[in-house]
Design a protein around this ligand. Structure first.
Ligand code: LLP
Length: 403
């Protein structure tokens, strides 16, 4: 194993994005979708760093946004307005106005009241609002309870019992254009079975809700495809071909209906690592702690969802020992891993926390008045080592300098 030599002038912690892996992932995802004529919108919430989104836009993906600021940022980053969709249970009037003013492809509406407000705003602007109805299909995604969205108790989407009334309102309003249906059942879904169940629901609803008669031409199936957090290096490409095949095999909607997806995590998770330096090690009663200079500020997922990310020591090849890896934040939940094996680790060692391309930088916190982490871009070769140190470039992360 080769030892990683970081550039002297990069302070930790920082996010390291491998653009070569991102491109490889995008190539695989786009090809797998194109076989079936499907279009992918990238879920901006997963990571909106311009270095990442620039690459994604170059592959022709659209954008999926969940706030007015994300819509504005997608436009600023060059995503065409007609390739932007916008979902959210709580869109403000100002956000709806922005979406209509910019002529985005579609607003995914989540309640009758939201549709009524959208109609009112559209009338005021003398514009017809393109809307899809987000349906809560009652499909269990078998994922963490905080990231499942398609169950009856979740706040998302229109419940099946109200769907006809909501669709009738959209179909009949002169200020709304009903584009179609939108679904998103949850995130980090690692079995394809929930997606198959979703298609059964979609087929049924498209028929029973008379979507063809209503002139609907859009079917947005959301995101949710999971990644391998346990073995990110051995399994860096998500199973896009198998995922899209499930829909192609089971969906029964007319050929002219445009089928779209909103993938976030599966596109970007594996291209990112959080690089952190070990500040201290210390012995607890029955455990040894590694105290890193990254914390829940830079990676909130373990504290919020008890999620686990694979961790490697980039600078030690000593005999393995068992550690808890924790951050510096004044919260007991600021723990990245418990009881994991790492080569004997000491002050100054560099650790890589893997699969941090998605929902890490975009969920960054400033709690404890900590500095913002920087970003480093690399192109790694197929063995995972740096191909060319000279290629390595630093970018400013949200206006903060890397010293
Ligand atoms: N579409 C909608 C309407 C969504 O709400 C989401 C994610 C996506 C698409 C993209 O889903 P993906 O392909 O990334 O699974 N912070 C959590 C994940 C929250 C996901 C929120 N919605 C985490 O770190 O696991």
């Amino acid at each position: 194993m080769s030892i990683f030599h970081p550039s002297e002038n990069i302070s930790t912690p920082y996010y390291q994005y491998d653009l070569a892996l991102l491109r490889q992932t995008l190539q695989h995802a786009s090809e797998s979708a194109a076989v079936h004529g499907y279009k992918i919108h990238y879920a901006m919430k997963a990571n909106n760093n311009p270095a990442i989104t620039d690459t994604i836009r170059d592959y022709g993906l659209g954008a999926d946004c969940v706030s007015g600021n994300e819509v504005a940022e997608a436009l600023r980053q060059g995503f065409p307005a007609r390739e932007i969709v916008y979902a959210g249970v709580g869109k403000s009037d100002k956000e709806i106005e922005l979406a209509l003013r910019e002529d985005i492809l579609c607003l995914n509406c989540e309640s009758l009241e939201e549709l009524q407000v959208t109609e009112e705003i559209a009338r005021g602007m003398q514009k017809i609002a393109p809307v899809a109805i987000r349906v809560n299909p009652g499909v269990a995604a078998n994922t963490h309870r905080y990231i499942t969205t398609g169950l009856e108790e979740n706040k998302f989407g229109v419940h099946l019992s109200q769907l006809r009334e909501v669709l009738d309102f959209a179909s009949e309003s002169p200020w709304l254009q009903l584009m179609g249906l939108h679904f998103h059942i949850g995130s980090q879904i690692t079995s394809l079975q929930p997606f198959e169940m979703l298609t059964t629901k979609v087929n049924d609803l498209w028929q029973t809700m008379n979507m063809d008669e209503r002139g609907a031409t859009l079917l947005n199936l959301g995101g949710g495809l999971g990644v391998d957090y346990d073995n990110p290096e051995g399994n860096s490409l998500p199973p896009f071909a198998e995922y899209f095949d499930v829909f192609a095999r089971h969906l029964q909607v007319p050929g002219h209906v445009k089928v779209r997806f909103e993938l976030g995590r599966s596109i970007v998770a594996q291209c990112g690592k959080l690089i952190t330096k070990v500040l201290y090690t210390k012995k607890g009663v029955n455990r040894s702690f590694v105290i890193a200079d990254a914390g829940m500020n830079e990676l909130m997922r373990p504290a919020l969802y008890q999620s686990r990310h694979h961790i490697t020591n980039l600078t030690s090849t000593k005999a393995p020992q068992i550690y808890d890896v924790v951050g510096p934040v004044c919260e007991s939940s600021d723990v990245f891993a418990t009881h994991i094996e790492l080569p004997q680790t000491g002050r100054g060692d560099l650790l890589a926390i893997h699969s941090c391309g998605a929902y890490s930088e975009s969920m960054m916190l400033l709690y404890n008045m900590r500095d913002r982490a920087g970003v480093v871009l690399v192109n790694e070769n197929s063995h995972g080592h740096m191909a060319d140190e000279a290629y390595m470039s630093t970018v400013l992360s949200k206006g903060n300098e890397i010293s």
